[in-house]
Write a protein that binds this ligand. Structure first.
Ligand code: FAD
Length: 399
């Protein structure tokens, strides 16, 4: 058995799903496949542990491809302000969406709500087929197409393969594309917590020498935390009973207008690394999302960069289709895609890695410098606005 498509997307997570909707809207014959079947029950018993801060730019893209209404019907939590402060000194910076004339700085959304809304949207497009669980056994490359052999012996062919299969991408490894990067030897511990005074629709982040501790506001008044710390420390914190965990969390948060943390749900931790593919493209291949790049979660940019990849590829392929180009996997298009995304992603990764290093350092000179810098930036309106617009994905200028 064999079947042909214009594009096969390997990986139906948030980024692969968004790309499928974008291509579906453009009438491009697309197969999206995933090794794992998605969870489609909604609502879950409680907030999902995995949430993402979604920028205004990503929201516009998700609206354009029809997935936003499904997300807002499920659950989203807008945040209007962000407060960042340094545990070693008095440096702090406060961002308020009103300062850039925007209603919010972004929304905290459960990853599952995004993925399910994208999958629902596939139904709207006759040209999108979604298959799961489906395992790919082998890849064969021909001049004018690529073939995937499934574990059931079926052959699926396409002009273009999009690798959206995450940080440990199987497809990337089949093309021998190397990655550069390093482990931060940290884990991000996530958990939903309640506080005495609520979150004031503000995202709070305290930089500790071991890593940032973020409180992301949820619509029911609780917060989803991401506590980035050393691997040993994260494992130890996972093993504590609730009372001891809350004591340590309160010590790490120190003082804030949220008051004390008074309750927490189940905990999980994810390894953190910086990873960048040396190439985003190859013969009949484009990598998107975490398959191309992973980044420290401290500024909540990872999946937003992935959505920007999906948007760029959608725009290029739909324009090519309108221009009557039949081969949507041709080299010219792929080079345009890589040129548009690689520099942009590298720039953001560099800035975030710099922040991570600057703040995870307890040398007195560096601590003084960053406290001075935070204070200065907080008072310098135009610089602060530029940072805010960049973080919201509304400005391509580098910070
Ligand atoms: C603690 C933490 C907090 C974060 N917070 C934020 C945030 O606030 N904002 C933000 O923008 N980002 C955040 N991120 C990053 C964000 O979670 C990732 O960037 C995002 O999940 C990547 O999505 P993706 O679709 O590219 O890959 P994935 O989510 O990894 O999806 C890959 C998909 O491919 C499938 N797959 C894998 N292998 C195969 C195969 N061989 N064949 C077929 N299918 C396959 C998988 O089943 C999965 O469905 C955070 C990350 C962490 C760890």
């Amino acid at each position: 058995m064999s079947k042909s498509y214009d594009v096969i997307i390997v990986g139906g997570g948030m980024v692969g799903g968004a790309l499928a909707c974008g291509l579906g809207k453009a009438g491009i014959n697309t197969l999206v496949l995933d090794a794992v079947s998605p969870v489609m029950d909604w609502p879950p018993k409680d907030y999902e542990l995995r949430v993402s801060a979604i920028t205004a730019k990503s929201q516009h893209f998700l609206e354009a491809i029809g997935a936003w209404s499904g997300i807002s019907k499920r659950r989203l939590s807008p945040f209007r302000e962000m407060h960042v402060w340094d545990a070693q000194g008095k440096g702090e910076i406060h961002f308020d969406s009103a300062e850039v004339g925007a209603p919010t700085l972004g929304n905290i959304i459960e990853n599952l709500a995004i993925q399910q809304s994208l999958i629902d949207q596939f139904e709207q497009y006759d040209c999108v087929e979604y298959r799961h669980p489906l395992r790919i056994k082998a890849l064969h490359l021909e001049t004018d197409h690529a073939e995937l052999e499934t574990s059931e012996g079926e052959t699926l062919s396409a002009r273009l393969l999009a690798g959206a299969d995450g940080a440990r991408s199987w497809l990337r490894s089949q093309f021998d594309i190397e990655t550069i990067g390093w482990s931060y030897h940290q884990k991000g511990l996530v958990c939903v917590v309640s506080t005495e005074q609520g979150h004031h629709e503000t995202a709070w982040q305290r930089f500790l020498p071991t890593g940032p501790l973020a409180f992301l506001p949820l619509a029911d008044g609780r917060c989803s935390i991401v506590w980035s710390t050393t691997e040993e420390e994260a494992n130890r914190l996972l093993g504590l009973n609730e009372t001891d965990f809350l004591n340590e969390l309160n010590e790490a948060l120190h003082e804030s207008p949220m008051g004390k943390v008074i309750g927490c749900g189940k905990r999980a931790a994810f390894p953190l690394r910086l990873q960048h593919s040396t190439r985003y493209i190859d013969h009949r291949l484009a990598l998107v999302g975490d398959a191309a790049h992973t980044i420290h979660p401290l500024a909540g940019q990872g999946v937003n960069l992935g959505f920007a990849d999906a948007e760029e590829l959608t725009t290029l392929l739909s324009t090519a289709k309108l221009d009557g180009i039949k081969d949507l996997g041709n080299k010219v298009l792929l080079r345009q895609y890589e040129r548009a995304r690689k520099g942009e992603n590298l720039g953001m990764m560099g800035v975030m890695d710099g922040f991570k290093r600057l703040f995870s350092n307890d040398q007195a000179a560096l601590s003084g410098l960053r406290n001075f810098g935070l204070g200065l930036t907080n008072k310098a309106g135009p610089v602060k606005n530029l940072i805010m617009r960049k973080a919201m994905g509304l400005d391509r200028a580098s910070v």
